[in-house]
Design a protein around this ligand. Structure first.
Ligand code: SAH
Ligand code: SF4
Ligand code: F3S
Length: 454
């Protein structure tokens, strides 16, 4: 009998979203998800520590539950994920109403930790990081929600130690999951109606490199592409230094692999890239992009970048701007550099003042907004393949989905058609600020009349 309620708030990246789904599944026999923390018997906050702001958000979010705990002491409050790993015991000292602290590798011990708390042996803090950690296979349970797309973590941790980044310290060393587990998990998702899967890792290109007898990432993609009933494959994040010719060819050749690559550049200046310990120069990055575009014409590229890294001069920054103009990314995620505990760059002396960082971020946004808009406008009048995710959250009369190139498309279609989960053609009519808009043309596959198989 599921009598209790669980509320999970997830901060941070897709890997945290994946972990939150695992935690829901782990306690799924006992707890039903609920929408508001006030109604919950178990509150979990799955945290991110990648930038200072993200960490501050966690403290203010968890702090709010102090009065709730005073009113209902039986409510269990847990902090999980990357801040949990980084701060450990300090969390229960600073926030005494917290019962549970689980690092990303320890989320699988949630049932055991809850049992301890039940027996009055809390607070429980589990932050052990193992080199050879192997996450168990826990298929998600969607409670009848039937999602069209899902994410699957294929590897944990990171070995790259970019000098600004906390991830290797909070997620531990890189470990790849066995290919059989990955394939089994995706098959199980497809049986539940999932048509698109995103393979996740901090650096998916180095999948299987440390393990004996594992396929390479390109080979894994080809194996996943064999799964019947799966229509689209995406993956993130790719590290530019490990982007192989073989992987580029696989994107070109495997029909199910979508024409979109998230390839974080971080900076356009080779001098800054070296200090970031990224392992490539501006020229090498541009050469890979050129080769990729040769093999996969029309591929959409997105990126992450950091402004105001210690020692970044005005001329380094100009190189980031010229790189944006040269590559013409479809979209970028840009951040002001912030010091992170344990990351090497916190000790670099030539820090960039906050107002300079803010001005550079603003400039980056301005340049990119124009490029993104121009790219979106180039879709007008074209026919785009869209996987329909369902009604739009803000306007239920409109359907929403994404192109293969990962642009959001909102479109109208005849009401009598049941299109959720279908692959359709949409005629693009307008390019809005955040999405493309269009009109339904025809069904390619799936509900509403198309064939169901590959
Ligand atoms: N593994 C991925 C990124 C993980 S973190 C990769 O290698 O690209 C997501 C993004 O956060 C990074 O790409 C970077 O742009 C940003 N980031 C990480 N640490 C940061 C810091 N200390 N300050 C500002 N941005 C940071
Ligand atoms: Fe962080 Fe670099 Fe690893 Fe990405 S590759 S998670 S930026 S250390
Ligand atoms: Fe944040 Fe941890 Fe992901 S630090 S970005 S949640 S790996």
């Amino acid at each position: 009998m599921r009598e209790k309620r669980i509320f999970i708030k997830t901060f941070g990246c897709q890997m945290n979203e994946y972990d939150s789904e695992r935690m829901l599944a782990l306690v799924g026999e006992e707890y039903v998800p609920c929408e508001v923390p006030e109604e919950a018997d178990l509150i979990l906050v799955n945290t991110c520590s990648v930038r200072r702001k993200a960490e501050e958000k966690v403290y203010s979010f968890v702090g709010r539950f102090k009065s709730l705990k005073a009113k209902r002491p039986e409510v269990v409050i847990g902090v999980t994920g990357c801040v949990a790993q980084q701060e450990g015991e300090r969390i229960v000292k600073r926030l005494p109403h917290v019962d549970l602290v689980l690092g990303p590798q320890n989320i699988y011990r949630l049932p055991e930790a809850l049992e301890k708390i039940r027996r009055g042996r809390g607070p429980v803090v589990l932050t052990e990081l193992k080199k050879d950690f192997k996450p168990p296979l826990i298929p998600a349970t969607y409670d009848g929600a039937r999602p069209v797309k899902a994410q699957v973590t294929i590897m944990q941790g990171c070995d790259n130690f970019c000098s600004y980044c906390v991830v290797p310290y909070v997620r531990g060393r890189e470990v790849s999951r066995p290919p059989e587990d990955i394939l089994r998990e995706i098959e199980c998702l497809v049986q539940q109606g999932v048509r698109e899967v995103t393979l996740l890792g901090q650096n998916v290109n180095s999948y299987g490199q440390k393990e004996k007898g594992y396929p390479t990432f390109a080979e894994l993609l080809r194996m996943v592409a064999q799964i019947k009933g799966l229509w689209r494959i995406r993956f993130t994040t790719s590290h530019p230094k490990d982007l192989s010719e073989d992987l580029m060819r696989t994107i070109a050749e495997e029909e199910k692999v979508c024409e979109h690559l998230h390839l974080p550049v971080q900076s356009g200046s080779s001098r800054v890239l070296a200090r970031m310990n990224r392992g490539y120069t501006r020229e090498e990055y541009l050469a890979r992009v050129a080769r990729l575009r040769e093999l996969v014409p029309g591929i959409a590229l997105t990126t992450d970048l950091i402004v105001g890294f210690p020692g970044e001069t005005e001329s380094d920054f100009q190189e980031t701007l010229t790189l944006l103009e040269e590559v013409r990314f479809d979209e970028i995620f840009s951040f002001k550099y912030s010091d992170r505990p344990l990351a090497r760059a916190r000790k670099f002396e030539d820090k960039v003042p906050e107002e300079v960082k803010a001005a550079r971020l603003w400039k980056v946004h301005e340049v990119q907004a124009r490029i993104t808009q121009e790219i979106r406008e180039s879709y007008i009048g074209r026919k785009a393949e869209v996987l329909v995710e369902g009604p739009s959250e803000t306007r239920p009369e409109v359907l929403t989905g994404r192109t293969r190139t990962n642009h959001v498309v909102n479109f109208t279609a005849p009401k009598e058609l049941e299109l959720k989960g279908a692959l359709v053609y949409v005629l693009i009519k307008e390019a809005g600020k955040h999405s493309l808009r269009g009109e339904f043309l025809e069904i390619l596959k799936g509900p509403g009349g198309g064939p169901d198989e590959d």
